[in-house]
Structure formats: C-alpha cells, structure tokens
Design a protein around this ligand. Structure first.
Ligand code: CAA
Ligand code: NAD
Length: 297
C-alpha cells in the first residue's frame, strides 16, 4: 500500500505542521480548512517554517543555500489548500487535526467516509479520544488508525501510531511507514486514553496548574524548577501555553466525563477560568504568559 497523496483536515497548530512534514517527506498534500483566514494563516506558517529550517541547514553547513532553498520551495509547492473537502476524494491517507471534540470529529469522519476513495486510510491526531469511536463513525473501521504527532510537529521526533481491535495489519504498517517517511520515530500504542505520552504528561500538567492555583510557587519558579531540576526542555506552565489552554481543557473534560473516578484526570479550576477569559495560550498571544509571536513577551 503506497501513500502518495495526503489530505490534512485542519490547518491550525498541529495541522499546518503535519501538512509540512508530509510535504517534506515527498508527499503531495491537500489541506482542508473550515475558514479561509485559518487556511491562509496555516499556509503562511508552513512557508516561514520551511524557510527557517532551510536557513538552519545552511548555517550548520549541511546544505548549500541554493539546495536548501530549492528543497524548501519544492516542499511548499507540494502543498495546496482548500475549503472544499470533496477535493480529498483521491487521497491515499487523510489525517484529521481539527478541534478536540469527539462529536465534531465523528461527524467529519462520517462525511469523509462518503467522500474518500475506498482504499483511503483515515487517521486522527486526537490527543485523548477513543480512536475506535471515530473509526466506527467513518464506516471503514479496518482502515483507521490514530496518528498522534507532537507540538511543534516540525521539531518533535515522535509519532504514536494507534491501533484499534479492528485496524487491518497492512493499514497499521502503512501508517507507521508514513510516520517514518515524515522523519518521525513511530511507536505502537493501544487505543487507551492519552495513549503513552498524554497519559503521563497531562496529569503532570494538571498537578503543576493546581500548584500554581494554590500559590505554592510562581509560574516562573515552577517552570524553572522542572527545567533545571529535571532537565525538561520547558516547564509545565509554558508547555500548557504551547499546547493551548482550550485543547488541554477539552482533553481533561472528555476524560472526566468518561472516567469520573480516575483521580489523575481532574479539571483544574484555573484552566477553566483562563479559557473563559479567552486566554488560550501562545497561539492567541496570551495564556499563563504573554507572547509576542513565538517568544515570551
Ligand atoms: N519550524 C521551524 N523552526 C522552528 C519551529 C518550527 N515550527 N519552532 C521553533 N523553531 C526554531 C526556533 O525558532 C529556534 O530557532 P533559533 O535558534 O533560530 O531561534 C529553534 O527552532 C529552537 O527553538 P527554541 O529556541 O524555542 O529552542 P528550544 O531548544 O527550546 O526548542 C522545543 C524548542 C523543541 C519546542 C523545546 O522547547 C521542546 O522540546 N519543548 C517541549 C515540547 C513538548 O513537550 N511537546 C509536546 C507537547 S504535548 C503534545 O504535543 C501532545 C498533545 O496531544 C497535547
Ligand atoms: P487548533 O485550534 O490550533 O486548530 C484546529 C483547526 O481546525 C482550526 O484552524 C479550525 O479552523 C479547524 N477546523 C475545525 N473544524 C474543522 C472542520 N470541520 N474542517 C476543517 N477544519 C476545521 O487546534 P490544534 O492544537 O491544532 O489541535 C488539533 C488536534 O490535534 C486536536 O485533536 C488536538 O487535541 C490534537 N493535538 C494537539 C496538540 C497540541 O499541542 N495543541 C498536540 C497533539 C495533538
């Protein structure tokens, strides 16, 4: 099974990165968005990220400026954008990266099930929901996997490949091969809440937010403590800003509803308050910290 043309639905924080690495891996990519503004913003981010990575290759002496720029240009030219999901009909793989809402995702997959060619493989980038439920909604459960990439997609080297009880072996192998072709190391996961990484990471972020809300330490000190004391690349409060406070809240609300007796899946009140105030993190310029573009203000 060869994956040549990839559809990506959603061109936000994750979708733009997934589209980019798929194009860098040599695939033709069609990105479908719900809004023109989000599509334009996402495509702009891809172009800037490719330019930045090309510049880095030149600085490190790994490529000549001419070669690096030509490769970035070729990758960008492999990506096209649309607001019309029927343009995904001929894709070999469609990766969904829309809002973390199970009902919205299920409705999307039901629609894609009617649009995409029979051989197309479906994948969700969900952080937390059962892949099997989306697979059932798509009408093609044997051709469905989770492909969980990490933020920022261009820099993080892992992809979790999630297999349900119904995933065809050939489909699972093709999904792993796609992840590897995009430069990622695939790990196999069962369809459990949060798979491997988020089952460990999100409860840790919850503890940090509860600590901040109790006033046990400042956000800067919590972040410095985990960076300098444990060697983490960034502290948990900064990381929540990176992930998006809304996405973090959606993950926890979904888990709380489904697993009300699991103490690790609490919903911190501070997270609800910030999201209600529109402080969604780095992507909107304001979360626990203020952001000026990609950097803390
Ligand atoms: N494209 C191209 N270049 C990029 C980039 C992108 N998307 N993002 C950052 N860069 C560049 C930066 O601009 C910077 O370039 P300069 O050196 O020229 O300034 C360079 O890459 C390194 O970035 P930083 O200076 O920010 O340095 P860093 O060493 O701190 O690396 C990081 C950044 C890789 C994000 C690192 O801090 C890190 O690994 N953080 C943890 C991230 C993490 O845990 N992610 C998982 C989140 S959970 C998740 O994703 C799952 C879920 O379902 C919620
Ligand atoms: P985001 O809010 O940045 O982007 C979502 C995008 O999807 C928006 O641009 C929106 O316009 C678009 N969209 C919504 N409904 C759509 C539809 N029906 N058709 C086409 N486009 C639609 O969110 P994000 O952070 O990129 O998260 C996307 C998914 O990836 C979520 O399931 C999230 O849990 C998961 N995820 C997020 C992270 C993270 O760190 N943020 C990491 C791994 C996985």
């Amino acid at each position: 099974m060869e994956i040549k043309t990839v559809g990506v639905v959603g061109c936000g924080l994750m979708g733009h990165g997934i589209a980019q690495i798929a194009a860098q891996g040599g695939h033709k990519v069609i990105v479908a968005e719900a809004e023109q503004g989000a599509l334009d913003k996402g495509l702009g981010r891809i172009e800037r990220s490719l330019a930045k990575l090309a510049k880095k290759l030149v600085e490190k002496g790994k490529k000549s400026a001419e070669d690096a720029e030509a490769e970035a240009k070729a990758s960008f030219e492999r990506v096209s954008g649309t607001l019309d999901r029927s343009e995904l009909a001929d894709c070999d793989l469609i990766v969904e990266a829309i809002v973390e809402n199970l009902d919205v995702k299920k409705a999307l997959f039901a629609e894609l099930g009617a649009i995409a060619k029979d051989s197309c493989v479906f994948a969700s980038n969900t952080s937390s929901f059962p892949v099997a439920e989306m697979a059932a909604a798509s009408g093609r459960p044997s051709r469905f996997v989770g492909l969980h990439f990490f933020n920022p997609v261009q820099l993080m080297r892992l992809v979790e490949v999630v297999r349900t009880d119904e995933t065809d072996e050939e489909v699972f192998a093709a999904a792993k091969a796609f992840g590897a072709a995009c430069g990622k190391t695939p790990v196999a996961c069962k369809d459990t809440p949060g798979f491997v990484v988020n089952r460990l990471l999100v409860p840790y972020m919850v503890q940090a937010l509860e600590m901040l809300d109790r006033g046990d330490a400042s956000k800067e000190d919590i972040d410095n403590a985990m960076q300098l004391g444990c060697g983490h690349p960034m502290g948990p409060i900064t990381l929540t800003d990176y992930v998006g406070l809304d996405t973090t809240l959606f993950i926890l609300q979904g888990w709380k509803e489904r697993y009300p007796n699991e103490p690790a899946f609490g919903v911190p009140a501070i997270l609800e308050r910030y999201v209600a105030e529109g402080k969604l993190g780095r992507k909107v310029g304001e979360g626990f910290y203020s952001w000026d573009g990609d950097k803390k203000a």
